[in-house]
Design a protein around this ligand. Structure first.
Ligand code: PXL
Length: 283
């Protein structure tokens, strides 16, 4: 079984960050070790939250894991609470990333044209440096605009999305994905690897719920670690996220609490098994 480490916050309530990554990656058959960067009562999209910063715990945790000779088949970062925390995580990665260890960075910074409340204005430039060594990144449109220094455009054309993807790949990213692209009543993700584009769209649901990006990113990584190629991983993650958003839409009073992915994890597992069966048939 593959073992990865994910470094992001633990929000007690909100179905996001570690509480999305661990179940989704576990459903993919991957051991998902979580290192919390902060402990929050609830995600920062609620009007108020209580937070304990755990930045200073990262180094002793890393040292202890090294002492036990624990290694990882992948490193995955999500919401990082501050520029200082990015720097700590960079040191952790330089200790644990072997040649060939995939580095997956979800550059969580904002949504709907706004940066998350707790982040500072200099954050995007540090995130831009941080993603330069990544294998896979999954910004949404807001984050892609922040990373490429563009002013926010809620409905970029496919051509504009492709320009941003090429720019992100130009930073040294192997597979850049932008989520939240919409066209003709459909919504989905577009990816780029070596100048080749991949796109997968589903019907658009007008539902916005926290944790959607975290579920998509975790599902994409899980599929990739299970042996799906980049295009297949993007398709599976988009289909699964759509199923979860549909589920959330059916429970409007609960949207604030985060995306309802839990009841459709079985769907994700079936999608992964479908890829595996196809591979066996081709062999
Ligand atoms: O889902 C992204 C996310 C992760 N972690 C925290 C957040 C958010 C978005 O609001 O506040 C703490």
């Amino acid at each position: 079984m593959k073992r990865i480490v994910t470094i992001q916050d633990f929000s007690c309530v909100g179905s996001c960050s570690l509480t999305a990554a661990i179940p989704v990656l576990s459903a993919a058959g991957v051991e998902c070790c979580g290192i919390p960067t902060a402990l929050l009562s609830n995600h920062t999209g609620f009007p108020t939250f209580y937070s304990i910063d755990l930045t200073d715990e990262l180094e002793p945790i890393g040292n202890q894991l090294k002492r036990e000779h624990i290694g990882f088949d992948g490193i995955y970062t999500g919401y990082i609470a501050s520029v200082g925390q990015i720097e700590h995580i960079e040191r952790f990665i330089s200790e644990f990333r072997q040649p060939g260890t995939p580095l997956f960075i979800d550059p969580v910074m904002g949504d709907n044209g706004k940066m998350y409340a707790a982040l500072t204005n200099d954050y995007p430039e540090h995130m831009r440096r941080f993603i330069s060594g990544a294998d896979i990144i999954t910004p949404n449109i807001t984050e892609a605009c922040l990373l490429t220094g563009r002013s926010f455009n809620p409905c970029p054309t496919l051509h504009e999305i492709k320009e941003m993807l090429l720019e992100l790949c130009g930073l040294g990213v192997k597979f850049a994905v932008i989520t939240g692209f919409s066209e003709k009543g459909q919504l989905g993700a577009v990816g780029c690897c070596n100048g080749v584009f991949t796109e997968f769209l589903t019907p658009k649901k007008d539902v916005s719920c926290s944790g959607t990006g975290d579920v998509f990113a975790s599902a994409l990584l899980g599929a990739y670690l299970r042996g799906a190629d980049y295009a297949q991983s993007l398709e599976i993650a988009t289909k699964f996220t759509y199923a979860a958003v549909e589920c959330t839409a059916a429970a409007p009073d609960r949207r604030f609490y985060g995306i309802h992915f839990q009841t459709v994890l079985g769907e994700y597992i079936r999608l992964l098994e479908g890829i595996e069966k196809r591979r066996q048939n081709e062999a």
